[in-house]
Design a protein around this ligand. Structure first.
Ligand code: ADP
Ligand code: MG
Length: 252
């Protein structure tokens, strides 16, 4: 049996208006509403609610994809008990995302394996769910990109892309020292983000040692000044989670 022309037109309009959930559900919800004797506004309300919920879910999924997390990590899989040095109340407060509106930064400092990247990812994931644009990148990869784009004379494009973000996560500052130009370009990014974009930086280096990777003391000072003007610091000083798990496996 071919479809009624008015149904064909309706489906065409719903597609043109980009209302995929309405298109999918209008008939089944109509059947339910007929059975429950709901009136027309109730029918429309149910459909539009579904469309809105789906649209938000798709947008969140898109933002998570665009953020380019290395692995999706959320707070649900983080055991605070395994890392008592982490300030759990502060972390829970930060997950609510108010720091983003206030353009505040977050620094996660501590030994390798203590969950810094996990927590930074969880913060980014939460921000995506709150409708924020997030980008996750290792500091080394960012500096490499900056140097490349500078060669290609397309730095401005990269800066624009970074400026569009609400949260920029710079993972693993401190493992690899930067060239002079690399450090200057990184400083530029931090300077541009100042009071515009929230930065989340993870590092194994205490502040005194930042000069070792950034080279110049003057530049390190200026960068720390921007970064720490409005900052929340989460410190992780315990044993490596990976190491602890490996030891536990060995004991078994
Ligand atoms: P860091 O960035 O500090 O070196 P990671 O966040 O990469 O550490 O953590 C190493 C691994 O251990 C990851 O797979 C992470 O998910 C896991 N991990 C670390 N701490 C915890 C924790 N407290 N609870 C659950 N998983 C953890
Ligand atoms: Mg890490």
């Amino acid at each position: 049996m071919s479809k009624d022309p008015s149904v064909l037109l309706l489906e065409h309009h719903l597609k043109a208006l980009k209302l995929p959930t309405l298109l999918r559900d209008y008939a089944s919800v109509a059947a339910v509403c007929a059975q429950e004797r709901s009136d027309y506004p109730q029918y429309l309300l149910r459909l539009t609610e579904r469309e809105l919920i789906d649209r938000e879910r798709r947008a969140t999924e898109r933002r998570i994809k665009e953020a380019q997390f290395p692995v999706i990590k959320t707070i649900d899989s983080f055991e605070f008990g395994a890392q008592p040095s982490i300030n759990e109340p502060l972390m829970r407060e930060l997950l609510r995302g108010e720091y983003i509106g206030k353009k505040e930064n977050i620094l996660l400092v501590g030994n390798p394996g203590t969950g810094k990247t996990h927590l930074a990812s969880a913060l980014g994931f939460a921000a995506c769910s709150q409708g924020k644009r997030v980008k996750f990148i290792t500091t080394t990869a960012l500096v490499t990109q900056l140097l490349e784009q500078r060669e290609n004379r397309s730095l401005q494009r990269l800066y624009k892309q970074l400026q569009r973000q609400d949260v920029l996560i710079l993972d693993e500052l401190g493992y690899v020292p930067f060239s002079k130009t690399g450090a200057e370009l990184l400083f530029d990014v931090v300077g541009r983000a100042y009071e515009q974009t929230s930065l989340i930086v993870t590092t194994n280096l205490p502040f005194e040692q930042w000069t070792e990777v950034l080279g110049s003391e003057r530049l390190t000072g200026a960068m720390l000044d921007r970064l720490t003007h409005r900052v929340h610091i989460l410190e992780a000083n315990g044993e490596s989670y990976r190491l602890k798990q490996a030891k536990a496996r060995k004991r078994k």
